[in-house]
Design a protein around this ligand. Structure first.
Ligand SMILES: [Zn+2]
Length: 177
């Protein structure tokens, strides 16, 4: 039993590594901050107690404690409906379905942001790897990571936790008048 557990744990790590590893080389991947302990200032400020009241326990863990949901378990890893994805903490529009693609890694993946400067990037050396973490530029909540193996012209892949975003479908049958 123990070895099975160990096996699935290392599988999960492998999946994570396969999805997010690789020393970033794309110049677009320049972090906005390299200081892990610096308090970055964000327009929207809330205390952790306030965030705990607003967010579900899973959202709090991912958004405020930089947690990672297990691959293929989030509600958006496989969605294809047209619409927008907002920050689940503050409501800022971060991504569009036009830029969403199936990266095969089990997390919602986007090749671009809804608009420039929607996220801030910083170095993340956890799990023994160098990755670039992305945070909501409005409220500083953790979204996921960005790497340089994306399909778009910028070559970027934003690998985002479903728990960090809220989807809103584009209305398709608007009245004409
Ligand atoms: Zn936010």
């Amino acid at each position: 039993m123990k070895s099975v557990l160990k096996y699935s744990a290392s599988l999960a790590l492998l999946a994570l590594a396969g999805c997010e590893a690789g020393t970033p080389s794309n110049p677009l991947l320049k972090p906005d901050s390299t200081n892990q302990t610096a308090t970055m200032k964000f327009p929207l400020q809330r205390t952790e107690a306030e965030w705990r009241k607003i967010l579900t326990p899973q959202q709090y863990h991912v958004l405020r404690e930089a947690g990672t949901e297990r691959p293929f378990t989030g509600k958006y890893w496989n969605t294809r409906e047209p619409g927008i994805y907002r920050c689940a903490a503050c409501g800022e529009v971060l991504f569009k379905s036009d830029d969403k693609f199936d990266s095969g890694c089990g997390w919602p993946s986007f090749s671009d942001l809804a608009a420039q400067k929607k996220v801030l990037a910083r170095d993340d050396f956890s799990l023994g790897m160098h990755r670039i973490e992305v945070l909501c530029a409005n409220c500083g909540s953790h979204l996921g990571h960005v790497s340089d193996d994306g399909p778009g012209p910028k070559g970027l892949r934003y690998c985002i936790n479903s728990a960090s975003i809220d989807f809103a479908e584009t209305p398709t049958n608007k009245p004409n008048n």
